[in-house]
Design a binder for this molecule. Structure first.
Ligand code: CU
Length: 458
């Protein structure tokens, strides 16, 4: 598996013009929604968060003039800076009590404000400015440092991304941390009782010591709202979504942030993940050795206050059937792609001479264009599909279980999966967290969508 990257580079070098390569490389780094630094202006203020059971709650959060049309948002704006930047964050407090921001992992100095227990605070109507140098690339959390049991619950939190000097396509300053796409996953939860009492100003009734959540969020939205587009008008304080998408064989970086107060085991279906960094530090036994302490897992605990950089990939290798729905003996027209890619490896692959115990190099086993695992080329789906009349059609059923051609849906069913993408559920493995206030499905769920290579993602 680790040679897949090399195979891809080989194919591109052989088949594409340099200028085309550069264009594709820049497009392939799916952007994380956020605002670029190094100077930020945040206001702590109020807004309303809509839950997927149809309710809405008062939240406290951060607003920035250059994010979400200047409206308060949950989570706060994702702050994106470069390694070495001197970062300044000016916080204006429009809340009824003192507040502050802490930046775990950064050496922060503050100007203005009043001393708090763990950070310099801004009183209501006042300002405080924080300054730090982004010395280490990685994924970080920022959140309230004032009465965090209440203020984090109320929504004063966000993510900070420090891009390495090596370039935006790397998680850290090591070639093995290169990725094709990246997505942010800020995990939080909320207890409606605290938000109701706070909205009514009944602060003496707010008890955070018996805090019990009933709603769970990925990037500030419950499922299925987190699969809607970013910046939809019906979620004015929840601009971010969480819809990871990729093409087979790509390396996807998930920057996961435990921004709430509870642990959440998060399960990545479809393949194990590889954890390459924690709290903005690449896992490595020594300088230059790369992420060689990375561990693989199907489910990883999201820890409050901790971040983790996780790589996930999927290639259909050794699936045992042809996910592209190629029928045996049929040669598929590739004229449209041969101009850019030097033809299909799988069309020329000879299964009779293939020795799985002694396989040739990856570039002769994986298709140049689709990333198909050639020994599975044309191998039929191992199960006889039920008759169409016996199927229950979900919204994401495309008329085919494959990445290949689309079929006909049942009469009257428009379907949502118009690209015949392949869906893997990613979700909390605390099963109660698959609800929104006891309504299923909801909460901390999304789907990774593996798209056919012909489907444009960006
Ligand atoms: Cu699962």
């Amino acid at each position: 598996m680790k040679n897949l990257r090399n195979h891809r580079k080989y194919a591109w070098a052989a088949g594409m013009l340099t200028v085309c390569c550069l264009l594709m490389a820049s497009l392939s780094h799916a952007a994380i929604e956020g605002i670029a630094g190094p100077s930020f202006t945040l206001t702590a203020t109020t807004g309303y968060v809509v839950t997927s059971d149809g309710d809405s709650f008062l939240f406290w959060g951060y607003a920035a003039p250059n994010s979400n049309n200047g409206q308060m948002q949950y989570p706060g704006p994702t702050l994106i800076v470069n390694e070495g930047d001197v970062v300044t964050v000016t916080l204006t407090n429009s809340l009824p009590q003192n507040t502050s921001i802490v930046f775990p992992g950064q050496k922060v100095t503050a100007a203005g404000g009043v001393p708090g227990e763990i950070a310099q605070e801004a009183a209501p109507g006042a300002q405080v400015t924080y300054t730090f140098t982004a010395t280490h690339p990685g994924t970080y959390l920022y959140r309230s440092g004032t009465r965090a049991d209440l203020q984090v619950e109320m929504g004063l939190l966000g993510a900070l991304i420090v891009r390495p000097a090596m370039g935006a396509g790397f998680a850290y300053n090591h070639p093995d941390t290169q990725f094709d796409r990246e997505f942010l996953l800020v995990i939080t939860e909320m207890n409606p009782t605290i938000h109701r009492f706070t909205e009514l100003g009944l602060m003496h009734l707010v008890n955070t010591s018996n805090n019990r959540a009933t709603n769970w969020f990925a990037n500030g939205r419950n499922f299925p709202d987190n699969m809607a587009e970013p910046l939809v008008p019906w979620l004015p304080n929840q601009p971010y979504n969480f819809v990871p998408r990729m093409h087979p064989g790509e390396k996807v970086l998930i920057r996961s942030v435990g921004a709430g107060n509870d642990l959440h085991p998060f399960h990545y279906h479809g393949n194990d993940i590889e954890v390459i960094g924690v709290d903005g530090r690449m896992l490595s036994t020594g300088a230059g050795r790369g992420p060689n302490l990375a561990w693989r897992a199907a489910t990883r605990r999201t820890v409050p206050g901790q971040t983790a950089d996780v790589i996930w990939t999927w290639s259909a290798e050794k699936l045992g059937w042809d996910i592209y729905d190629h029928q045996p003996g049929i040669v598929y027209p590739r004229a449209d792609i041969n101009a850019a890619w030097p033809g299909s490896v799988c069309d020329n692959f000879d299964p009779l001479t293939f020795d799985p115990d002694n396989p040739p190099a990856d570039q002769f086993v994986f298709d140049t264009y689709t990333y198909e695992y050639c020994p599975d080329h044309g191998v039929q789906f191992p199960v006889i599909l039920p008759q169409r009349d016996s199927l229950s059609f979900g919204d994401f059923y495309a008329g085919t279980p494959f990445l290949g051609g689309e079929g006909n849906l049942a009469p009257g069913d428009a379907g949502l999966n118009s690209t015949a993408g392949y869906f893997f559920m990613w979700h909390s493995h605390t099963e109660k967290e698959l609800t929104s206030n006891d309504i299923w499905p909801g909460g901390l769920v999304t789907f990774m969508i593996v798209e056919h290579p012909r489907v444009a993602i960006d």
